[in-house]
Design a protein around this ligand. Structure first.
Ligand SMILES: Nc1nc2c(c(=O)[nH]1)N[C@H]1C(S)=C(S)[C@@H](COP(=O)(O)OP(=O)(O)OC[C@H]3O[C@@H](n4cnc5c(=O)[nH]c(N)nc54)[C@H](O)[C@@H]3O)O[C@H]1N2
Ligand SMILES: Nc1nc2c(c(=O)[nH]1)N[C@H]1C(S)=C(S)[C@@H](COP(=O)(O)OP(=O)(O)OC[C@H]3O[C@@H](n4cnc5c(=O)[nH]c(N)nc54)[C@H](O)[C@@H]3O)O[C@H]1N2
Ligand code: SF4
Ligand SMILES: [Mo]
Length: 732
């Protein structure tokens, strides 16, 4: 049961606020803080966690008469530590968005030109069941696929696996962190985690390539880097743009886009040749040092200067600074990693650099996370065996997760086996997979498209059936496990009843499972029972979890390497593989090599994009609390170059790319010295086309409208999207 909100418990929880609250009793009521009013009105406070991005910070909802009136960070949450970012604070804007999907919808028109019929849940789920069974009969269960982003996707994965389908994919892999994860995995036998295992708060030296922390808001990670910097850590940021974090750095290296590999390889060479690497560590834990040393000989600082435009003496200085501070150095792995097509190898170069500095498993570098988790629901039947069909991702030998790329191609070509139905959970594929025309071609080839969403986003127009999920503030959901130095278990629970006819995924999948004859896989009575049984099986006190929202289990094993805490590397050799035989066996470079990538033709700029601190992709651009603060994106253009082109600050322009594709809409020019002159930059998530999103519609330009070209990372199938070039067109 939610904790009853009493004045006494509130004042205890509010801590620092107490004095202020006590002092305001003599001022007129209209000036009373919400907190004082809340205490007087005897509100409930219900802990849950945020879904406005994947960081999933713990929050506490203050609820009055079945209405959420305020939210705060949950101090117990390791992800937020009592704080919420600007987006997280806008929960009410997500929950009470009048544009939300309200009822199940069936498209009686065409895909892309929908005519919506309001349906009952029974009608919508019956139609899906009928189509699924038809597809299974004709092509087999493996011709369905799930695209998923977000906590509730776990229920959909369970449904499809129970049905005999193993195609589970996510743009957050092949269009985001896949190459990073595989680059580290191939080197250390484990990835860097999510949340990442950065020990920033203890670092003496931090290097970020691209990662624009602060605009990319990973709540506790931003707090950690802030603490590290306050305690004297030095920071070098490599970015063609002076990002917010670059403005806080000791060194900003405005690199020529697409040349980071040259810089990394030169750093590796200097650190080896000047003997700055951790010899004992490398001797003990790594293999392939001699081969690495030979392979990087060609990458001199002078050569790297010609590629990157960063002066060679700066390159040398930074390498020496890293060496001097080793092992308390963290060269960040980044997160959005699909840049130029050799991204797994770039991530491997970052992994190798960290290994030379001895920072993996060391204070101020990368810590070893707590172990453990929460067991699955006890006593479920085994999933049916996979059908004997050719694997989709054979072309990409190190695709740990099925790639969207191969699902898309199999949907178009039917090869290596046909994909005929898509379930799209919390993904806005029209904006997040490159080459829209190709995506449309795939969608047109399908026999069933189901979208499970909270908003009428751009992808919705392409669905046959739309299922309105209730928002994260209204539902039980999957358990969330966070691997920090301690283990964090957090609970999502409803703070209010679902609005309109929206429903949680545990309910939708259970109903659909029943219709498909899979009831045995969905034995739980409801979301609460599902969660409580899992907690019980894991020895977690569910009542405490409900009351506090978060349970932290301390992990006694040290987060760093010590004499009694020796690392285990899950690579074939059991060592850190500086030279990768696994890659060599599959025909890839065993040590990363430099590849020249195309640079923009005359009159063009490279199109770069990234995160808006106040928005998460297109998830929040319609949120009324956030749209009030930032409604549209801007085009960052180098001031000098912009003036040469006759551009004025604030004027609207449009963009046309190398394939002659003009972005619909217009974008405001922001002339700035914070941008190199060979690239332009914009926030992703804007330029929404869905008319049902009344605030976001037609505001700014979408990077995704201009990403017609992409390069596939041959190692893991990621789609590099930063190889598109644009011309600025005046008079929009
Ligand atoms: N507020 C907010 N925070 C978010 C998100 C969000 O939508 N909103 N999304 C989350 C997600 S899913 C992810 S993956 C992360 C992404 O966060 P990051 O991994 O930090 O993102 P990137 O898109 O790689 O970084 C963008 C930066 O890379 C720079 N850049 C562009 N090209 C190059 C280049 O060739 N070399 C170098 N060195 N730099 C370059 C850009 O100028 C920009 O500053 O953010 C997460 N956090
Ligand atoms: N052009 C371009 N493409 C990109 C990127 C880019 O910067 N530019 N970034 C890449 C990155 S880093 C990533 S991680 C991927 C992310 O790409 P996707 O996996 O597609 O994820 P989002 O963009 O977060 O998906 C947003 C959708 O989730 C819906 N949604 C929000 N909350 C809920 C909920 O509680 N339940 C349900 N069912 N739906 C919900 C929103 O309404 C929206 O339709 O995109 C990648 N693709
Ligand atoms: S970082 Fe912000 S948006 Fe993301 S989960 Fe935390 S509070 Fe929510
Ligand atoms: Mo991402």
């Amino acid at each position: 049961m939610p904790t009853k909100f009493s004045r006494r418990t509130f004042l205890k929880a509010a801590g620092a606020l107490t004095a202020g609250v006590a002092a305001v009793t003599t001022v007129p009521k209209k000036y009373l803080s919400w907190a004082e009013e809340a205490a007087q009105k005897d509100m409930k406070q219900i802990p849950t966690f945020c879904e406005l991005c994947f960081w999933n910070c713990g929050l506490i909802a203050k609820v009055e008469n079945n209405k959420v009136v305020k939210i705060d960070g949950n101090p117990l949450s390791l992800r937020g530590r009592g704080r919420l970012c600007g987006r997280g604070n806008a929960a009410l804007g997500a929950l009470y968005d009048p544009d939300r999907l309200k009822f199940p919808l069936i498209n009686v028109g065409k895909r892309g030109e929908p005519v919506w019929k309001r349906a009952t849940w029974e009608e919508a789920l019956n139609l899906i069941t009928e189509k699924m069974n038809l597809i299974k009969g004709k092509y087999g269960a493996e011709s369905l696929a799930l695209f998923s982003h977000g906590t509730g996707g776990a229920f959909w994965k369970h449904l499809l696996k129970s049905y005999g389908c193993s195609n589970y994919t996510a743009p957050s892999f092949a269009q985001c962190r896949g190459p990073r994860d595989m680059g580290f995995y191939l080197t250390y036998g484990s990835d860097v985690g999510s949340p990442e295992y950065y020990d920033f708060s203890k670092s003496r030296y931090i290097v970020l390539l691209g990662s624009h922390l602060g605009e990319n808001v990973h709540n506790s990670q931003v707090q950690d880097i802030t603490k590290g910097l306050a305690d004297g850590a030095q920071l070098t940021v490599v970015d063609p743009r002076l990002s917010n974090i670059a403005s806080k750095a000791d060194r900003w290296l405005p690199i020529k886009p697409a040349t980071d590999m040259a810089l990394l390889l030169a750093w590796i060479r200097i650190i080896i040749e000047e003997g700055l690497y951790d010899k004992e560590y490398i001797e003990k834990y790594a293999s392939g040092f001699d081969e690495l040393r030979t392979a990087v000989q060609q990458y001199t600082p002078q050569w790297a200067e010609t590629e990157t435009t960063i002066p060679s003496d700066t390159i040398v200085k930074v390498a020496r600074e890293m060496g001097k501070n080793a092992p308390h150095v963290c060269v960040g792995a980044g997160r959005y990693a699909v840049w130029y097509g050799d991204d797994t190898q770039r991530s491997r170069a970052i992994a190798i650099l960290n290994a030379l500095l001895g920072s993996w498993g060391r204070e101020g570098g990368y810590f070893f996370p707590a172990k453990g988790g929460v067991p699955e629901y006890p006593g479920l039947p085994a999933y049916p065996p996979h059908e004997d069909v050719p694997k989709l991702d054979v072309a990409y030998p190190f695709a740990a997760l099925q790639t969207t790329t191969s699902i898309k191609h199999a949907s178009i070509t039917g090869l290596p086996h046909p994909i005929k139905g898509w379930f799209i959970y919390g993904c806005n594929l029209m904006k997040t997979m490159p080459d829209k025309q190709e995506t449309i071609k795939a969608l047109q080839n399908l026999e069933l498209v189901v979208a499970i969403d909270v908003l009428p986003a751009d992808i919705i127009a392409w669905a046959d059936v739309v299922l309105p999920e209730c928002t994260y503030m209204e539902r039980y959901d999957n358990i969330n496990v966070g691997k920090f130095k301690d283990l964090e278990i957090s609970l999502r629970q409803p703070t209010v009843e679902p609005l309109w006819e929206s429903k949680p995924s545990w309910w939708i999948t259970k109903e659909l499972g029943g219709k498909l004859g899979l009831s045995a896989y969905f034995p739980w009575k409801d979301g609460e029972e599902y969660l409580s049984k899992r907690c019980e099986a894991g020895g977690i006190d569910f009542a405490t979890l409900k009351k506090n929202g978060v349970i932290v289990k301390t992990d006694k094993s040290a987060p760093y390497i010590t004499a009694d805490n020796q690392p285990e590397f899950g690579t074939p050799s059991g060592k850190i593989e500086l030279y990768s035989k696994q890659l060599e066996e599959k025909g890839f470079d065993p040590v990363p090599k430099y590849t020249k990538h195309p640079q923009p033709p005359a009159g063009h700029f490279r199109l770069l994009f990234g995160r808006a601190s106040l928005h998460t992709f297109s998830r929040t651009t319609n949120n009324f609390m956030l749209a009030d603060l930032q409604k549209e994106n801007a085009l960052w253009v180098n001031e000098k170059k912009g003036k040469e082109l006759g551009l004025k600050n604030g004027e609207y322009v449009t963009l046309v790319n190398q394939d002659g594709v003009m972005a619909p809409g217009r974008i405001k020019v922001k002339l700035t010295q914070r941008m190199r002159d060979d690239a332009v930059y914009m926030y992703h998530g804007f330029g929404v086309h869905a008319k049902g999103l009344t605030r976001a519609n037609n505001q700014g330009i979408a990077d995704d409208d201009l990403i017609t070209k992409y390069v596939i990372d041959p190692i893991m199938g990621g789609t590099a999207m930063r190889g598109n070039f644009v011309k600025i067109v005046k008079g929009a």
